[in-house]
Design a protein around this ligand. Structure first.
Ligand SMILES: Nc1ncnc2c1ncn2[C@@H]1O[C@H](COP(=O)(O)OP(=O)(O)OP(=O)(O)O)[C@@H](O)[C@H]1O
Length: 580
């Protein structure tokens, strides 16, 4: 199982656990031998003194205590190694996600990721922490006992294994179709996780649209489904499971009667008979526990496959040879791009020069945000190329590319921490003063100081304590603080009320010169001064030029402008109460 490869960094603790649990197994066999000594002392000719019995009992007690102590020390070492491994796996998974294209991440729901990061990895603890010490003792005990039994009397050794063939039949029946059942169980568990997260995340929409019944139904159905698959699996296997766990430990079934027969026939001494019975009793429990571990392994192999699939999933390809751009001009050369099969960008070519503002406008769905997302390599382009300062973005180290670009997307995400820390994410070593300075530039300062805790006010879960416009300006402040040479601002339509628009405009004006700025604009009045306006239409560039030029030569742009000015007039009239 590949899971053990993640444990290799912590192998020393694992070795300690292996050594301790093996010693514990051998120490655990001593009491059987000592009990045999007592019995033999009574049946033999020797005179048994109370001191002798007390001494042997003392040794039994010491061996039992030592066995437990060693076992718990082994468990402590294996748990230590296991939790280190789980931490390592979670870190590696988080690293992996940074390298994955957004498209790959979006294929899975957040419930799916939660299931992998939390539940599945937690269950790996069972393999790593318990399988090593317990697995070893459950494997070594029967082996050592069997070898000893064969040394004593091979017939008795074989008889002590008599229940195993019967148990194996039960075991086989128990595992019949288990692979399929496990897959169904995981599918149901994943669905349940995704539905729970969707139910909680979508609560606002559910309440507004009074969809409580249907959404609740979807949620309860997945919970019921999960119960059904778990129970089905249990019902199918419980009879055989009970059979197995009843039959296998009855090692005395053959040992006692046949041993008595051999003894009466004089082919087995009383001492060996007694010792064989004692040893075969000790054989039963570890044998059944061993079977339990085989079952766990079966299940955990399936679980670790899900984790491994995530580790093996597609990454943004990084090359060995890198180039660093000499300037920050951006050029799209004949870029064609599809999320799935249908092209959403078709042969797009344009240049956004350093020290200029380029605006992208066009109808909803015309491909504006997609242009921004492929520039930051959320998805890789296969046809055509994107260059920064004449270097293809695929030839720039991904981390460097992220350093060059500040991207304010439509989906603003704020972390559940203070406003100060949310802005500081743009430059982790920024001082408080620097944060406040950019907040002023981004027109956030005034509303921040209105809050009781000012910059230390928590923004709430995903920023839900702030208005849309406030969140947008905080994300602009974050981008300003990063001070990257390229800035992409994807304006969110939802927050473009005139007051917020003015503030955003001021924030944009504060962007210092020398940068390459790309603005995806929904309200055309924000970009009339842009050096170049690109009009997108169904994935293609329909026209480009300055505002004045486009008004004359682009039908799409001039009608967009007309619609925009009408809407502005409407706004003003409503404000002046001319329209009720
Ligand atoms: N993750 C995705 N997977 C599949 N298709 C997508 C994805 N994101 C966007 N699309 C599709 O790509 C097309 C272009 O979308 P895009 O978001 O670039 O448009 P836009 O011009 O920015 O729209 P808006 O102005 O509404 O933000 C749309 O048809 C959209 O349905």
């Amino acid at each position: 199982m590949k899971i053990f490869s993640y444990a290799k960094d912590y192998k020393n603790k694992t070795y300690i656990s292996v050594v301790l649990s093996t010693i514990s197994v051998f120490v655990g066999i001593i009491p059987y031998y000592l009990v045999y000594k007592i019995i033999m002392a009574f049946v033999g000719d020797t005179h048994v003194t109370i001191n002798y019995i007390l001494m042997i009992s003392g040794f039994i007690l010491i061996s039992l205590l030592l066995k437990s102590l060693l076992f718990f020390m082994a468990m402590a070492a294996s748990h230590d190694a296991a939790y280190d491994t789980l931490m390592g796996m979670r870190k590696k998974l988080a690293d992996k996600m940074i390298k994955m294209p957004m498209g790959e991440i979006n294929k899975k729901s957040s419930g799916n990721f939660k299931n992998i990061f939390v539940d599945l990895i937690e269950e790996m603890e069972l393999i790593l922490a318990h399988m090593i010490p317990e697995g070893i003792s459950n494997l070594v005990v029967p082996l050592v006992v069997l070898v000893y039994l064969f040394i004593l009397d091979w017939r008795m050794a074989l008889l002590s294994l008599g229940t195993i063939p019967l148990g194996m039949v039960m075991y086989k029946l128990m595992l019949r179709g288990a692979g399929e059942k496990i897959k169904q169980y995981f599918k149901a568990s994943n669905e349940m996780n995704s539905n729970i997260i969707e139910y909680i995340g979508g609560m606002e929409v559910i309440k507004i649209f009074n969809q409580t019944t249907t959404s609740f139904e979807k949620y309860t159905n997945s919970v019921k489904n999960y119960k059904k698959f778990t129970l089905d699996w249990y019902k199918q296997s419980w009879i055989y499971m009970t059979g197995f766990f009843t039959i296998v430990p009855c090692t005395m079934l053959f040992v006692a009667p046949f041993g008595a027969l051999f003894y009466t026939k004089g082919t087995l001494s009383l001492g060996t008979y007694v010792l064989c019975m004692l040893l075969s009793i000790g054989l039963g429990a570890p044998l059944t526990r061993l079977a339990e571990f085989v079952e766990f392994t079966h299940m955990l192999t399936e679980k670790s496959k899900i984790i491994e699939d995530l580790f093996d999933s597609k990454e943004i390809v990084e090359k060995d040879m890198y180039k660093i751009p000499e300037n920050y001009d951006i050029s799209f050369n004949n870029v064609t791009f599809a999320y799935d099969k249908q092209d959403v960008l078709k042969g797009v070519s344009f240049k956004a020069k350093e020290n200029t503002v380029t605006a992208l406008v066009g109808e909803s769905g015309s491909g504006k945000s997609t242009l921004a997302k492929i520039l930051v390599r959320f998805w890789d382009v296969e046809k055509g190329g994107i260059r920064i300062g004449d270097v293809n973005i695929k030839d720039i180290p991904f981390e460097k590319l992220m350093d060059y670009i500040s991207y304010v997307s439509q989906d603003i995400y704020l972390f559940n921490t203070s406003i100060m820390e949310n802005i500081r994410m743009g430059k982790p070593n920024a001082t408080d003063e620097e944060v406040i300075q950019v907040a002023k530039l981004a027109q956030c300062h005034d509303f921040i100081i209105e809050f009781g805790d000012k910059y230390h006010t928590s923004v709430g879960d995903t920023g839900n304590k702030l208005s849309g416009g406030q969140k947008q300006r905080i994300s602009i402040a974050r981008a300003l603080l990063k001070d990257a040479p390229i800035i992409i601002l994807d304006e969110a339509t939802a927050f473009t009320d005139p007051e917020n628009e003015d503030k955003i405009q001021e924030a944009l004006n504060s962007l210092t010169g020398g940068k390459t700025i790309i603005v995806i604009a929904h309200r055309l009045s924000t970009i009339t001064d842009a050096n170049n306006i690109i009009v997108m239409d169904k994935g293609k560039i329909s026209a480009q030029g300055t505002h004045d030029k486009l008004l004359k030569k682009s039908k799409i742009y001039s009608s967009m402008w007309e619609a925009h000015t009408k809407a502005m007039d409407w706004d003003i009239k409503v404000k002046e109460n001319k329209i009720s």
